[in-house]
Design a protein around this ligand. Structure first.
Ligand SMILES: Cc1cc2nc3c(=O)[nH]c(=O)nc-3n(C[C@H](O)[C@H](O)[C@H](O)COP(=O)(O)O)c2cc1C
Ligand code: SF4
Length: 494
């Protein structure tokens, strides 16, 4: 045979070996799912900074998460160097509403002997404590994993996040799609119910309370969240496309397989604050667990009404998860994603004000979500009154999501938001759970460091007076900008 043929055979053998290695290795989901072509992603990632000097976008341009933000998450989750060199490339003076955290002249010192490697950072408040729920508890981590259903996410993604929650000592909210075996890998759960009551519904889609009680008692559920609405799409309920409703998912939810699974925009069990609080108390009495709500924020009337009806102390929610309009969704209509519901900071300020004006803001634990899975965004949320933050898409990024934004199609290239067995194969839950945990711990580490830079030890002690908003060269105190008193947000005791 001519030498040329041997060269060709050699090249073909090399390509076949690389493809085989790609399919068998477990570290990189993209290579496992897309052998050979997947290398393009890593090549482009490696040479991206040089290429971008001449073409395409800057480090801070992309949305929902900029390249810098993604790089911080990827590097933190892989225990790589997450530092940035040379200085900021943010255009403070040209970005409207740019937030500046004021450093103290004398930052708080780390503990003698240094910080433990898992950077423990428990909540300042006992969840369910003010209402004396039998199973009230102090969450061990102020950073937790947001509700994303099995169905919207793949089985391996849910498993990775749950096992990651166990490693990091944080909570995972189930999402409204019910409690699946993939949620049972050691992590404690907040069981979420949406308007479809998946997992605890009767044949007509109404709440089956004995079933709910049985389910939470048999599983590591620490609290229950009633989802009124989601920041990304308030007013439209939930929608799982038909392609994702596999027989397994249908069985967990109690619906028909391969048919789009919709949850109604409004809960069939309550239509007013009064009825909602009755139901909250009924569920809390039956389970002993703290019960809260998750909601986007719109008209102030709901929040003033809720605060008014809780003021007497006979009924009340134990926690309120405020989901900002910048939040994510597995699938939703564009007009809602872009235009319905307040962004997080305004949403949190509006809801907090309604409670603080009656002096009862510390009767509930406030949880924030909506791009808060980044240290500086989380710190801002704490200064605005959040006691904990939930990370959704940022946690997805930590387990391999590449922000392709095709979650609604069933063709997620990273195996995170798909029910395709081949694509899911790219996710190795042992490896990805360690990454999810490393990301949560990095969040706690950097939030702690930021808090210390302002002179306090815990993010709940960070006052709004420490934060200012820059417009051009004019600085406005954040408290003034958002119309809330700096002291409202800091819990009385920590
Ligand atoms: C794929 C996906 C599925 C989601 N599923 C739910 C859900 O079942 N219930 C819910 O309350 N929120 C759901 N969300 C919203 C997140 O829990 C979270 O509130 C929102 O994305 C904001 O947080 P983030 O900016 O950290 O992602 C989902 C989001 C995504 C991206
Ligand atoms: S890789 Fe794309 S499709 Fe998959 S979860 Fe991430 S954003 Fe969604």
């Amino acid at each position: 045979m001519a030498a040329g043929w041997w060269v060709l055979i050699g090249i073909a053998a090399l390509i076949a070996l690389v493809a085989l290695y790609d399919v068998l290795q477990r570290r990189h989901s993209i290579l496992r799912i897309f052998p050979l072509v997947g290398h393009l992603r890593y090549i482009l990632e490696a040479f991206g900074p040089e290429l971008r000097q001449y073409i395409v976008t800057s480090n801070d341009d992309e949305r929902p998460f900029s390249r810098n933000e993604r790089r911080w998450i990827y590097a933190s989750s892989k225990h790589q160097n997450a530092a940035f060199g040379f200085g900021t490339d943010a255009e403070f003076d040209r970005s409207p509403g740019y937030v500046i955290i004021s450093p103290a002249a004398f930052p708080a010192a780390p503990p003698r002997g240094g910080d433990p490697p898992d950077w423990p950072l428990p909540s300042a408040k006992v969840l369910g404590g003010p209402r004396c729920r039998p199973h009230a508890f102090r969450p061990a981590s102020v950073v937790n994993i947001s509700g994303m259903s099995f169905g919207a996410l793949s089985a391996r993604a849910v498993e990775s996040l749950n096992a990651g929650a166990a490693l990091a000592g944080c909570l995972q909210t189930t999402g409204e799609g019910g409690l699946s075996p993939h949620h049972l890998h050691g992590g404690d759960l907040v069981m979420q119910f949406g308007t479809g009551w998946f997992g605890a519904r009767d044949r007509h889609g109404r709440l089956d309370l004995p079933r709910l009680v049985e389910m939470v008692a048999a599983n590591p559920v620490r609290a229950i969240e009633l989802k009124l609405s989601q920041g990304a799409k308030p007013g439209v309920g939930g929608m799982l496309p038909a392609a994702k409703v596999t027989p397994e998912i249908a069985a967990i939810r109690g619906v028909e397989p391969w048919q789009a699974c919709e949850s109604p925009p409004r809960n069939p069990e309550f239509g007013s604050v009064d009825e909602m609080l009755d139901l909250v108390e009924r569920i809390a009495d039956a389970t002993g667990l703290p019960v809260g709500i998750k909601s986007a924020v719109g008209a102030v009337g709901f929040w003033t009404d809720l605060a008014r009806q809780m003021e007497g102390g006979t009924r009340g929610v134990d926690f309120i998860t405020i989901d900002g309009g910048e939040g994510g969704t597995g699938s939703g209509p564009l007009a809602f994603i872009d235009h319905v519901g307040l962004p997080y900071r305004l949403a949190q300020a509006r809801a907090l004000r309604a409670f603080a004006e009656r002096g009862i803001q510390h009767e509930v634990t406030w949880i924030g979500s909506g791009r808060l899975g980044l240290p500086e965004e989380a710190l801002m949320a704490f200064a605005l009154g959040a006691d904990m933050v939930n990370a959704g898409r940022e946690a997805m990024l930590s387990i391999g999501c590449i922000q392709a934004q095709r979650c609604h199609t069933g063709h997620c290239p990273s195996g995170v938001a798909t029910q395709s067995r081949w694509r899911q194969r790219g996710i190795d839950p042992t490896l990805k759970s360690a990454r999810a945990a490393a990301y949560i711990i990095a969040m706690r580490r950097d939030i702690t460091r930021l808090s210390r830079a302002t002179g306090v030890d815990h993010p709940s002690q960070v006052s709004l007076s420490n934060i200012e908003v820059l417009e051009g060269d004019v600085l406005t105190p954040m408290a003034q900008r958002f119309g809330i008193h700096p002291d409202w947000a800091v819990p009385v005791e920590i």
